[in-house]
Design a protein around this ligand. Structure first.
Ligand SMILES: *Cc1c(COP(=O)(O)O)cnc(C)c1O
Length: 404
């Protein structure tokens, strides 16, 4: 990628650099999307139907599994996965604390107890060692999250789970197309949840989700559960929910699936370009750059840097003043959220989660982000550290930084 940017170029940037510009992302395929929506209107089939069937087949093949079941959101996909695993009151489900809320709310919704595990400080993914410490005979399921687009340690996790028979549900909401040892996210666990929320790598024009599974029995159960547990019509075998995927969403997503590989490649190029820029500017001494672990295909839903304690929020404010959009995924571990206080964790119970929540910052990485915009972002970060570098960076307890 070196030479693909000009570090002397954009002196003034009047346009904001958005964290994610969906209109820029969708503009080139706008006509194709509208034509697909028109077809649905004319077909009169608005729920499930042929567009959903087609998407289920495409996503199953893309995720290297036999079965995929559409549903209304990624959050519902997680809930349905746990319902299919028969999670009930008294059960425990091990989840990372450093994730989006939905990874844990599906557990409490079924009356079970989330058991929060800490993360690996380099990948930000759930620590298999902490899972091994927390697994009990009550552990009905484990939900590893493939955070930011990089897969969790699935081999270790499946190995631990197999010792007690816990069901492994992958939360791949941020990681469609990610790989570990050449095998896709969604093909490792018993069941996988995907999200089509617009900020995800495969984003719809609204809410949507999908489940993948290599298991015919789970596929059948999930199909039943998403449609009121009804089969045939008005005969209810189990108590399911209403979580169907709209044909509108599936039609848009069927168009977008044609481009997903290309978009993933553009995200990867942007990640490489950031890395090169940060090195050229010498900023790798000031901040921790994200790292792709061995045998991984990272799909870069987010490009997250770690900023030393005390600098993250001031840097973020300075970037905001320069109209550069950033985000903090996530400002609090779930174990620190008000709604989970009843579980009795203190912040320091999960020290790496707590520290990450104070240090992470997501920079714009979406496919259509330009090289000039990336230079502008990196220059703005350099300006900040040139003015503030004298302050002590990374006090004791900071991560060991290794060569990328
Ligand atoms: C987005 C997301 C979800 C929830 O997906 P929705 O479609 O928004 O309900 C779950 N887990 C993770 C890690 C997510 O990023």
């Amino acid at each position: 990628m070196k030479g693909n940017f000009n570090i002397h170029s954009p002196a003034a940037h009047s346009q904001p650099v958005q964290l994610l510009d969906l209109s820029r992302h969708n503009f080139p395929i706008k006509d194709e999307m509208l034509a697909a929506l028109k077809n649905v209107v004319e077909s009169g089939q608005f729920v499930l139907g042929p567009e959903v069937k087609k998407l289920e087949q495409t996503i199953a093949a893309y995720s290297q599994v036999d079965y995929a079941v559409g549903c209304a959101s990624g959050s519902d996909a997680l809930l349905l996965a746990l319902m299919a695993a028969d999670v009930e009151p008294g059960d425990e489900v091990i989840v990372p604390s450093f994730t989006f809320f939905a990874t844990a709310s599906c557990v409490t919704r079924l009356g079970a107890t989330p058991v929060f595990a800490d993360i690996d400080p380099v990948s930000y993914n759930i620590s298999p060692e902490d899972i091994a410490k927390k697994i009990t005979s009550k552990t009905k399921a484990i939900i590893p999250v493939h955070l930011y687009g990089q897969m969790a340690e699935m081999k270790e996790i499946l190995n631990i789970a197999s010792q007690t028979g816990a069901v492994v549900v992958e939360d791949a909401a941020q990681s469609i197309g990610a790989e570990l040892e050449g095998r896709r996210a969604g093909s490792w666990g018993h069941i996988t949840a995907l999200s089509f929320y617009p900020t995800k790598n495969l984003g719809g024009a609204g809410d949507g989700g999908m489940l993948t599974t290599p298991d015919a029995v789970y596929a059948q159960k999930l199909t039943l559960l998403r449609g009121h547990g009804m089969e045939p019509r008005y005969y209810h075998k189990v108590i399911g929910i209403n979580s169907r995927l709209d044909s509108f969403q599936a039609a848009v997503l069927n168009v977008k699936m044609k481009y997903i590989e290309n978009w993933t490649m553009m995200r990867q190029q942007n990640a490489t370009r950031y890395h090169d820029l940060f090195m050229v500017f010498g900023l790798d001494r000031d901040i921790d750059l994200p790292r792709t672990l061995p045998y991984r295909r990272h799909v870069w839903n987010q490009y997250v840097v770690r900023i030393p304690q005390g600098h993250r929020d001031t840097l973020r404010a300075e970037l905001a003043a320069k109209k550069i959009g950033t985000e903090i995924y996530y400002p609090l571990g779930l174990h620190e959220q008000e709604c989970f206080q009843f579980l009795g964790y203190t912040p320091e119970d999960l020290p790496e989660t707590h520290r990450a929540s104070q240090e992470v910052l997501a920079l714009p990485i979406y496919p259509e982000l330009t090289a000039d915009e990336q230079v502008y972002v990196v220059e703005a970060i350099k300006t900040y550290f040139d003015a503030n570098r004298s302050r002590h960076l990374f006090p004791s307890g900071a991560p060991q930084r290794e060569a990328a």
